[in-house]
Design a protein around this ligand. Structure first.
Ligand SMILES: *[C@@H]1O[C@H](CO)[C@@H](O)[C@H](O)[C@H]1NC(C)=O
Ligand SMILES: *[C@@H]1O[C@H](CO)[C@@H](O)[C@H](O)[C@H]1NC(C)=O
Ligand SMILES: *[C@@H]1O[C@H](CO)[C@@H](O)[C@H](O)[C@H]1NC(C)=O
Ligand SMILES: *[C@@H]1O[C@H](CO)[C@@H](O)[C@H](O)[C@H]1NC(C)=O
Length: 412
């Protein structure tokens, strides 16, 4: 700086002061920004910025840096000087709208343990951001509606922070977004049902305080991974879930307040490898259609109010590695399921199955069955939306391949 000319230094300072203040004061500061930019086109070069876009966001990053209250790993000490592309956590690339420009395209703060009272005025002011990952930090506050202005953003991972407030509805106006992970925060209130019509591949909402009756359009989701676990979702699993049969791969309803009977339409989820609706208030018999979940490896319905016979077709599923049905009120199991219990694949502890160890007491079972229970049309529960080969004990099971354990799994 000392060696650069006085004029350019003054201009640069004007430039730094001008941009953020105009952005704060005027809603539509685009024109002002670009006019001041064209005046100062040479400035960034003089000061060593690779690109004017980097010069523009420099003050944003520096302002954010001053709000950080805890940085045990010393990350922000690398955030100085004009070489923004070399700051720890910042990644540069050529933006789609100008292949010769250089800009901050992604930020990965995963595991940095940074604390700051807010991300507002930071991510929403980085106009070229495509990816923002901030898993496992201590960021608080709410999400600025201004993130809707980020026209390239497609991955937003804010998981495992202390963020609060209502669902960040501004994401509904971001057609580029395909990955939304806000699990393990303190968000509360409802979730706008239209989130399920967004073209998201991944929607992780688990471990917040969301409360909502599952909307009828849930099945419109295009998500491969949908986690609603550990919230206060209510109501039945919507029958529309069948519409997600071509995509839904892992779905977690675990630990909510879901009620009603399982719709047979769940059986259409032929891509699902993981289906978890454990620890809810679901009732009724298991629909035989579950026997059509040809990809399912883990099926968890433990801790509900389910009853009746465990359908043999479920125990015949070739990829099933874990069938958790404990803490329900099932009364019958056939030979295939008994075999699965013996092999440790099926867990039916604490049910009402005569002759098996570790069942509920007769009084508990009696009390449960005192109330009359029904689930609409009983025919639904025998309906099979797929062709199933004859059930035999010797049916060959597909073994998981060696790559299965290392596969990128949804972690709770
Ligand atoms: C970028 O940072 C690395 C170490 O973090 C350093 O060795 C290198 O010189 C830096 N590059 C520039 C251009 O500042
Ligand atoms: C593209 O970016 C380069 C480098 O920042 C800049 O010189 C050029 O004017 C930009 N082109 C347009 C059309 O904005
Ligand atoms: C983050 O917040 C948690 C809970 O408030 C606290 O226990 C932890 O020490 C904080 N971590 C850092 C790095 O500040
Ligand atoms: C099977 O799934 C249940 C419920 O998700 C889980 O608690 C249990 O640990 C799993 N068992 C094995 C052997 O992985």
């Amino acid at each position: 700086m000392e060696n650069s000319s006085g004029i350019s230094t003054t201009l640069f300072i004007t430039f730094l002061l001008l941009i953020p203040s105009c952005c704060v004061i005027f809603v539509n500061c685009k024109t002002l920004e670009s006019s001041s930019l064209s005046l100062d086109l040479t400035i960034p070069d003089i000061l060593g910025f690779l690109d004017e876009r980097l010069a523009l966001i420099f003050p944003i990053i520096q302002a954010f840096k001053t709000t950080i209250t805890s940085d045990p790993l010393g990350i922000t000490s690398t955030w100085s000087g004009p070489n923004i592309c070399n700051y720890t956590g910042f990644y540069c690339d050529n933006p789609p709208d100008n292949k010769t420009a250089v800009t901050v395209a992604s930020i990965d703060f995963n595991g940095f343990q940074l604390s700051a009272p807010s991300l507002d005025g930071f991510i929403d002011q980085l106009p070229d951001l495509a990816i923002f990952h901030a898993n496992s930090n201590n960021f608080s506050g709410t999400i600025s509606p201004n993130i809707a202005k980020l026209k390239f953003l497609y991955e937003l991972d804010l998981s495992n922070n202390l963020l609060s407030g209502v669902f960040p509805v501004s994401v509904l106006n971001m057609p580029t977004l395909s990955f939304l992970d806000i699990r393990y925060n303190l968000f509360s209130g409802t979730v706008p049902p239209s989130i399920f019509t967004e073209a998201l591949d991944v929607l992780f909402l688990n471990n917040n305080n969301f409360a909502l009756t599952l909307p009828n359009n849930l099945g419109d989701t295009k998500a491969l991974y949908l986690t609603l676990a550990n919230n206060k979702f209510t109501g039945p699993i919507p029958r529309s879930i069948r519409k997600a049969s071509a995509t839904l791969t892992e779905v977690l309803f675990l630990n909510n307040l879901l009620t009603g009977c399982l719709p047979y339409e769940i059986g259409f989820l032929k891509k699902a490898t993981l289906l978890d609706a454990g620890n809810n208030l679901l009732t009724g018999p298991l629909p035989s259609s579950l026997g059509c979940l040809e990809s399912v490896e883990q099926l968890n319905l433990a801790g509900n109010l389910l009853y009746g016979q465990i359908p043999e077709v479920v125990c015949a599923l070739g990829n099933l590695a874990n069938l958790s049905l404990s803490y329900n009120y099932f009364t019958k199991v056939g030979p295939l399921c008994r075999n699965m219990i013996k092999k440790g694949v099926a867990d039916v502890r604490k049910n009402c199955i005569l002759g098996l160890p570790n069942q509920r007491s007769a009084q508990e079972c009696f009390a449960f069955f005192l109330s009359r229970r029904s689930c609409g049309n009983p025919a639904w529960f025998n309906f099979l939306p797929c062709k199933i080969p004859p059930l035999t004990m010797t049916r060959k099971r597909n073994l998981l391949s060696y790559s299965a354990p290392s596969r990128n799994r949804v972690l709770l």
